[in-house]
Design a protein around this ligand. Sequence first.
Ligand code: SF4
Ligand code: MG
Length: 336
Amino acid sequence: TKPLLELKGIKKLYPVRKGLIIQKQIGTVRAVDGVSFRLMPGETLSVVGESGCGKSTTARLAMRLIEPSEGTIHYDGQDITHAPRAELRRLRREMQIIFQDPYASLNPRMTVEEIIAEPMVVHNVGDNASRRDRVRELLRLVDLAPYHASRYPHEFSGGQRQRIGIARALSVSPRLIVCDEPVSALDVSIQAQIINLLKDLQQEFGLTYLFISHGLAVVKHVSDRVAVMYLGQVVETADKATLYANPRHPYTQALLAAAPEPDPTRRSAGRTLGGDIPSPLNPPSGCRFHTRCPLAQPRCSAEIPALREIGAGHLAACHFAETVPDFTRFRDGYGI
Ligand code: SF4
Ligand code: MG
């Protein structure tokens, strides 16, 4: 089978200018800096990293909501890197997005029925009567009673609102859904319900998910593969089992230690990863993680580590990926 979505060497660079009359470019924000991945039909790829790592921008580039500065995007075998507006319109029906904040993403003046039907109206799917039926069917699919159709978003809890957002995304029968931190704003007790609902819907409709998250714990149950991003680049990617059991990049190790329910054999977050995230404007030399990496060597600030295969389908961008110990599993040593 061929990938449903493929990004190759995707970059999004923003020039930064200074000066009132004569503007001079003083640098480049490297928001996304050479990201590649493949998403197979029916698969869930999770893109994980701290805020500002470029994961949301990557998702928007993948959907062609913004245009890349460099690289190519293929959807279902077709090069859509510079697809014109009319073609993107057809594409947008197949690619839907579920947003992070179910409070902000639903129009408070629209009824649930209008909200869920909106993509069908935009894409000219069905007539009023069939949309009406479809809205009720979608409400049942996300475990909400059909009579909710005439209500307004403020009458619902965060979890219910996210179900409405999911129903809206499903209304036009997409193939790919970008889930942009869909449970980050929800109570922990509700998160699992929404994750399970997304998994059930994936099974039922053969959906492909690009799942964006700032933590590894949230995506553990939903992912088939995981890509970890740091400062605009993928630093490690592997199938889920490999990534969680044998993380080879010190940043992935630190993210695993920082999980809300950390592996008891790993040291806690505060003791493993300090320092601020550097600015994507003029990022650190060599390995971008060297300013925070507890295992950094002199070579790390001088030489850029390539993202290279260290095992079957397991890629890591660290000079010492094969040999670094999982530093979060050591209680002494490294002077940290
Ligand atoms: Fe750390 Fe060096 Fe590996 Fe970068 S290349 S992750 S600084 S050990
Ligand atoms: Mg974001």
